[in-house]
Design a protein around this ligand. Structure first.
Ligand SMILES: Cc1cc2nc3c(=O)[nH]c(=O)nc-3n(C[C@H](O)[C@H](O)[C@H](O)COP(=O)(O)O)c2cc1C
Length: 207
């Protein structure tokens, strides 16, 4: 076994160990609205369920040199965002949105994606996604970095309460289940690598 003390290695090396170990990671494709009304979009794989009662999800947005990314700034600014589950049908366009764009430029337009109005919030979603979760910001936590020493936090952890679900008919059955094969989700590994769903198997839980 290789044994490593995280405090003895750099933040970059810790990042490499985490993104290589915690795989596959689901990808949230998140839209937000800037104060000027620009529709922003970006993918985030530090993403998961927090609770089902009420339904809540988390997205961790890392800062760049202490500065909030547009997604965190917008979501904290107006308290709303839309999470889309990344799937094979639009992963190429999603990748385009992860490039560097000025806050005044819409990644959605640049990637050729189609904005669609939400039901309960002002932030539009993306029509190409098969699942959209309209979210109200429940908590935003500033974490990490050297905040204790008076420095900048390293990330903004956004916790969103899902206030509306949009699910493509082709994925949804009458019992309220979502068909994973129809969804064709993509997940993130390390570096530029992604994974598709792979082989499924069933394991009954012991009583
Ligand atoms: C598949 C994928 C997953 C990503 N996951 C994260 C993440 O979890 N946290 C993060 O801060 N950046 C992540 N990024 C990078 C952001 O998407 C990128 O910094 C983006 O430009 C941020 O956009 P914004 O400034 O409009 O918010 C990821 C990029 C890709 C391609």
């Amino acid at each position: 076994m290789v044994m490593i003390d995280p405090s003895a290695i750099s933040a970059r090396d810790n990042y490499k160990l985490l993104i290589g170990s915690i795989i596959p990671r689901p990808i949230a494709f998140v839209t937000t609205l800037s104060a000027d009304g620009v529709l922003n979009a970006a993918p985030f794989s530090f993403f998961n369920i927090v609770s089902s009662n009420p339904p809540m999800v988390s997205v961790s947005v890392q800062r760049r040199d202490g500065v909030r990314k547009d997604t965190a700034r917008n979501a904290i600014g107006n308290g709303q965002f839309v999470v889309h589950i990344a799937d094979e049908s639009y992963v190429e366009q999603l990748n385009v949105t992860a490039g560097s764009f000025a806050p005044t430029e819409s990644e959605v337009a640049a990637a050729g994606l189609t904005p669609v109005a939400s039901e309960r919030i002002a932030v539009p979603g993306i029509a190409e996604a098969r699942i959209r979760l309209e979210c109200e910001l429940e908590h935003a936590l500033e974490l990490g970095g050297d905040a204790a020493a008076g420095g900048d936090p390293a990330c903004d952890l956004l916790i969103g309460r899902v206030v509306y679900y949009h699910i493509d008919d082709a994925l949804y059955d009458e019992h309220g289940h979502i068909d994973p094969n129809a969804l064709q989700p993509v997940s993130r590994l390390a570096g530029h690598d992604y994974a598709k769903l792979g082989e499924l198997f069933t394991l009954e839980r012991p009583l």
